[in-house]
Design a protein around this ligand. Structure first.
Ligand SMILES: Nc1ncnc2c1ncn2[C@@H]1O[C@H](COP(=O)(O)OP(=O)(O)OP(=O)(O)O)[C@@H](O)[C@H]1O
Length: 231
């Protein structure tokens, strides 16, 4: 099977600091891959490199068979590689529907599917955290992504909002969207992903099924600690 995304020997340095060291992995079509690891492990930097926000110091990134290393985020969105949009300040005073109009594309169906239709006249800054997260994902969906990168989608959400986000992620899967998700809330993450990468100090510490990585001694030492349980 050909991978949709291939990260090959990626290194990223900030001055003397090595944020990513020789990272290689693949993501296959329709897969949902998790990335976990302690604060400062390099997870966000890896997303920045994949999504074109940062150029790697060394290594290459391939998407859909093409070398995309160094391409701009706007070019990558056109190819179908999308990192969830964050609502920038200028958009916070606009309604939900105005946000969709500004991004363009066919949005009515997406708003209905994500449960945002009834809130279309609400100003974005007045939305709950959960609805704001849905808006970010919904705006990304208008670009018809093949691969969606989600950076801590569950952080700061209430249990009810988490439940709603689970339904949204299930919906993305049904649409055939391939996903890579960075998340500290492991219980939420593990209900979606088949495979997990663990980063620590810029190094790919281990890779495997959720139940394999949580039982890996290296992962327990670096990240989970002794009394760990996915409860
Ligand atoms: N633009 C930058 N300039 C300098 N150093 C940076 C920059 N971005 C990240 N770093 C450093 O690179 C390392 C990796 O940071 P990164 O944000 O990728 O970690 P993370 O795994 O996403 O952490 P968290 O879980 O806290 O979000 C950290 O030591 C961080 O301080």
């Amino acid at each position: 099977m050909k991978p949709l995304l291939k990260v090959e020997n990626v290194k990223k340095k900030f001055g003397e600091l090595v944020a990513l060291e020789n990272i290689s992995f693949e993501v296959f079509d329709r897969e949902c891959l998790g990335i976990i690891g302690p604060n400062g492990a390099g997870k966000t930097t890896l997303f920045n490199v994949i999504s074109g926000h940062m150029r790697p110091t060394e290594g290459r990134v391939f998407f859909d068979g093409k070398d995309i290393t160094g391409k701009r985020p706007s070019e990558l969105v056109k190819l179908g590689l999308v990192r969830t949009f964050q609502i920038i300040r200028a958009f916070r005073n606009m309604t939900v529907e105005e946000n969709f109009q500004a991004v363009g594309g066919d949005y009515e169906g997406i708003m209905k599917e994500l449960g945002l239709w009834g809130k279309r006249n609400m100003v974005a800054k007045n939305l709950s955290q959960g609805d704001l997260r849905k808006l970010n994902i919904g705006l990304s969906l208008t670009t018809k992504p093949k691969l969606l990168l989600l950076d801590e989608p569950f952080s700061g959400l209430s249990p009810k909002e988490c439940a709603e986000l689970h339904a949204v992620i299930d919906h993305l899967k049904e649409r055939g969207v391939t996903m890579v998700i960075i998340e500290h809330k492991l219980k939420e993450l593990f209900s979606h992903v088949e495979r997990v990468l663990v980063l620590n100090y810029g190094i790919l510490l281990c890779e495997g099924k959720p139940d394999e990585v949580v039982n890996d001694v290296k992962v327990i030492e670096a990240y989970l600690g002794d009394g760990y349980a996915v409860a």
